[in-house]
Design a protein around this ligand. Structure first.
Ligand code: ACO
Length: 336
């Protein structure tokens, strides 16, 4: 069974309630139909019910009736959500008027309020919205998981080069959220990416390489110092985490190079989790591996939020959304 099929099977085994706040968007509604047909999750669709039904009929979608549809403009719980949102964000200057506007006119905020009040377990958007717009309500309302202050995003890289990582699968972070993490944030990204590798990629033993352009002191620069410091912090803070750094990507992945550049390292040559020093490296790096290397890139899978909220690329396909529902459901199972 492929990794994606395993994720779908796990989602099915303990169904979670997932919000799709961009339900009137074509790929999203088609993916919703497929999720409902395969019984992977319970879905809450936010949008105009009449529009959703007309669109579903026009596209021949037969399963949309199984979803709960919430009309943001005619929502009996709108005032409850507005009051709660105003209370949550009072110190940040949120007025009740602004909160009412957000829960009726911004489906992403409404979805996060549904999760916050235990009406759902996770949310996915991004077919229409930017990453920032998807993230902001999650960061403001749902907030970070216990012990975490830095949200990040991991990418599953599924390569045909089966000699690397875990039979060709590596998990890479942060590729999506924090532009310039400091050492403390980088240590958290290492921990969260390792957790995602266990929870979603099914790695029994994450082996984390803290990547740099230097291996074990071969170069010196303040950006290398940050990775060294982050490695130390991660080792101290998470004693069960198998982590080493700073390592170059080849030293992390290729046994012969690892043995030469970092002899005796427990990670060099066998890393399956790659932590990059900043978002530019992560985002550019995974796209190069995907486009030039022909690897499949699944994600970003947002990590470190108290309940899962995931982002899609605006160029996503129906299948991307379908699998992201399954991934979000697996994260929701683990968040309980
Ligand atoms: N972790 C946890 N909380 C955070 C983080 C973070 N990384 N960043 C911001 N926050 C919190 C802030 O503390 C703040 O909380 P508060 O209002 O309760 O005090 C709230 O989120 C909003 O923070 P701002 O700094 O006002 O938010 P901002 O508008 O600057 O946006 C965001 C934060 C959206 C994460 C921004 O850093 C961003 O856009 N990052 C890049 C996203 C991106 O474009 N990624 C690339 C594309 S994805 C891809 O290609 C796979």
């Amino acid at each position: 069974m492929s990794l994606l099929d395993q994720i779908v099977a796990r989602a099915k085994s303990n169904k979670q309630r997932i919000v799709l706040p961009e339900a009137e968007e074509e790929r999203t509604l088609k993916a919703a139909d497929k999720v409902l047909a395969d019984d992977i999750a319970e879905l809450i669709l936010i949008g105009n019910p009449a529009n959703i039904k007309t669109l579903a009929a026009g596209w021949g979608l037969k399963n949309i009736d199984k979803a709960t549809i919430i009309d943001p403009l005619n929502n009996p719980k709108a005032e409850e959500y507005a009051l709660k949102l105003a209370e949550l964000r009072q110190k940040k200057g949120m007025t009740i008027e602004k909160a009412r506007e957000l829960v009726t006119k911004n489906n992403l905020y409404l979805g996060c309020m549904i999760i916050k009040t235990d009406g759902a377990d996770g949310q996915i958007s991004g077919a229409l919205s930017t990453t920032g717009d998807t993230l902001r309500p999650a960061l403001q309302i749902i907030k970070c998981a216990p012990g975490i202050t830095c949200v990040s995003g991991a990418m599953l890289i599924i390569s045909k080069q089966e000699q690397y990582g875990e039979n060709g699968v590596v998990v890479m972070g942060d590729v999506a959220v924090t532009p310039v993490p400091d050492a403390d944030q980088l240590a958290q990204i290492a921990y969260c990416t390792a957790q995602t590798s266990k929870s979603i990629a099914g790695f029994a033993e994450p082996r984390v390489a803290m990547l740099s352009f230097s291996t074990w002191g071969s170069a010196s620069h303040e950006v290398v110092d940050k990775v060294v410091e982050a490695t130390k912090l991660a080792q101290e803070r998470y004693p069960d985490l198998h982590v080493d750094g700073e390592l170059q990507a080849d030293a992390a992945l290729v046994p012969s190079v690892g043995a030469k550049k970092a002899p005796g390292s427990p990670i060099a040559g066998k890393a399956n989790v790659l932590v990059v020093p900043n978002l530019e490296v992560g985002n550019i790096g995974y796209k190069l591996v995907q486009r030039l290397g022909g690897a499949m890139a699944v994600g970003p899978i947002l990590q470190g939020i108290a309940r899962p909220v995931n982002d899609l690329s605006r160029g996503c396909s129906v299948d991307d959304i379908y699998y992201m529902v399954a991934i979000t459901a697996c994260q929701a199972q683990d968040a309980k």
